[in-house]
Design a protein around this ligand. Structure first.
Ligand SMILES: [Zn+2]
Length: 315
């Protein structure tokens, strides 16, 4: 009597573990992908950026998966508040171009749309559409502000150890969202199985997301496979616009992931096409991350107004 019960227990434990692993993996590049994107970017920090940051490769790599550590139901409020930060369903906001720069302007537009919609109005709730570019620019802003403090403390010949820690944290944290944005399935309603008209017969099973970003990457890719694709950083003239363009480019590659799945390239031995596609996506993530770090550093040298004019949001 005992053995079957133990076995049943083990089977159900195994299934529970599988479900937990899948739900964790379903949120982002897997642990490997996020670590690689951050590491590759950190290894390419140029000599005209602070030396302490160039030496923080291990810390920055560790922080790649950090926001995925905030998705456990044991910390309900945390999980609940930041889950929409990892994605944006661009098809749901095709009518909103350009996207507004501020989170609350974005909310306002979405609630207007929801009020005017009778068919599935809740599809336009901000937490259902996703907030990817907003959290990214908010963490970018934190990094830039910390770089500014660092420059000021250096000018005053004061200790900088504390602000260095803050900078490393913001730089690593930023990497998570930027990497999510390079994963096409983080930019689409087609995030985990095709929905709606399906003339090409793509998979409708809820497996492709984790299969691509976690299982495939862990089995076939290392940081060394795409490091050489990442170039010296560029100072971005308009980081928000460039970041949204980066998300749209990623969204344009959604079908490619489904094609690879259909061809069987994401399982077993993979394929040269899957390898080429995935390494270029990971490299795009590292490149955008490096460009944002570099832009934040350069922009942090610019003077800021002492007392910026009050906006309604600050009253
Ligand atoms: Zn994520």
């Amino acid at each position: 009597m005992r053995t079957p019960r133990v076995r049943r227990g083990l089977v159900s434990l195994g299934l529970t573990a599988l479900v937990v692993l899948q739900s964790v993996g379903a949120g982002a590049w897997g642990n490997e992908g996020h670590t690689y994107v951050n590491r590759v970017a950190a290894e390419r920090i140029p000599a005209d950026m602070p030396r302490f940051l160039r030496r923080a490769v291990v810390e920055i790599a560790y922080l790649g998966p950090e926001p995925d550590r905030w998705r456990s139901s044991t910390e309900f409020a945390l999980k609940n508040s930041q889950e929409p930060d990892h994605f944006i369903d661009l098809e749901r906001v095709s009518w909103l171009d350009p996207l507004p720069q501020g989170r609350y302007e974005f909310y306002g537009k979405l609630y207007e749309k929801r009020a005017a919609t009778t068919d599935h109005p809740d599809d336009y709730l901000p937490e259902h559409v996703g907030l990817q570019p907003y959290i990214t620019m908010e963490v970018y802003g934190r990094l830039k502000a910390a770089f500014r403090e660092y420059r000021q403390l250096r000018t005053e010949h004061k200790p900088t150890a504390a602000v260095q820690q803050a900078i490393i944290f913001y730089a690593g944290w930023l990497g998570h969202y930027v990497a999510d944005g390079s994963q096409p399935l983080h930019t689409t309603i087609q995030y985990n199985g095709w929905v709606g008209p399906n003339p090409k017969g793509y998979t409708t099973e809820h497996k492709i997301h984790a299969q691509f970003e976690t299982a495939y990457v862990a089995a076939h890719i290392t940081a060394r496979d795409f490091g050489q694709l990442v170039k010296s950083p560029e100072r971005l003239d308009d980081p928000f616009a460039r970041y949204v363009a980066y998300l749209r480019e990623s969204n344009g590659l959604v079908e490619m992931v489904y094609e690879l799945d259909k061809a069987g390239s994401l399982t077993g031995n993979g394929s040269p096409e899957a390898f080429e596609f995935t390494t270029h996506r990971l490299a795009a993530g590292s490149q955008m991350l490096l460009d944002l770090w570099y832009t934040a550093w350069m922009e942090s040298a610019l003077p800021v107004a002492e007392h910026p004019p009050a906006t309604p949001a600050t009253k």
